[in-house]
Ligand binder design. Sequence first.
Ligand code: NAD
Length: 309
Amino acid sequence: MITLLREHWALILGGSSGFGLASADKLSRCGMSVAVVHRDRRGAMGRIQPAFDAIAARGVGFRAWNLDALSAEGRETVLGELAELMGAGRVRLLMHSIAFGNLKLVAPQGAKPARPIAELAQALGVAEERVEAAVQALFEAGHAELVHLAAPAVYDESNFLDDEDFARTIYAMGTSLVSWVRPLLERRLFAADARVLAMTSEGNRAAWRGYAAVAAAKAALEAATRAIAKECAPHGLRANVIQAGVTATPALALIPGNAQLLAAGKLRNPCGRLTTPEDVAGFIALMCTDEAAWVNGALITVDGGEHLG
Ligand SMILES: NC(=O)c1ccc[n+]([C@@H]2O[C@H](COP(=O)([O-])OP(=O)(O)OC[C@H]3O[C@@H](n4cnc5c(N)ncnc54)[C@H](O)[C@@H]3O)[C@@H](O)[C@H]2O)c1
């Protein structure tokens, strides 16, 4: 187990779920103090609060703010209260793990993918409906190999991405990182040797249907992180992007065609399974060690080799 310092804080934007929460949990186990910014409905707190309580019970510093990390007021509240809370402590890690993007299509889908269900039914001499039902049941039970035979993803073809959708997503999941880095620097809240980590996905290059705005945000996030790596290195920051593999989280469940993405990810992964939030959290903890201080401006895949195809 890695040992980290209690006076070092992780400020995690999007820390109530998925990679953010798993990282908060892991870092607290390593002894680091944790500050989480998240935005969740009151109904979701029944799931989230026990996880926060477990972190606080480890004796590290802990605080969570349920507010909009994308608003100037929200940021002001967090930074003001965090400065007081930390005392002589400092932010060792700023992690951007916010999932808040528009998932509309750019254009109608056109021709739907062809599936040889009818041919298969004929060859087997059984009704098409029986083949369809059997394939679907097996696919939903985890047989990823049936991805091309299972029912295709359904997309909303009544509403398409507009300029506002793009702009909001690019800010929420991309350039908002800079909105947090600069005031942390200006207020001298970063530790002398600190990390900035941002989350990207293979959808940064691959064109996934419905992912255009998020993909644009990922490109912006990666560019912003490179700029931070270059311009903030003299201030002690090391900024890197982590490209996680496809992972079953609430954000992924909202992407149209997520069942197909999960199946394809599992089939491609040489380790034979999907990435978990905990796989990524372990690497985040490694990046917080002194020994990781020379990694700067990199895009690092943490996906068990899924990207190898
Ligand atoms: N799940 C995947 O397969 C996958 C793969 C690679 C990269 N990523 C990226 O990882 C990041 C985290 O995704 P996840 O899958 O862990 O998502 P998630 O849905 O599990 O968590 C999203 C977090 O964002 C927070 N959030 C949303 N809007 C907010 C706002 N306005 N202010 C404050 N917090 C807000 C939520 O409260 C939650 O804590 C995203 O950038 C995502 O694109 C996800």
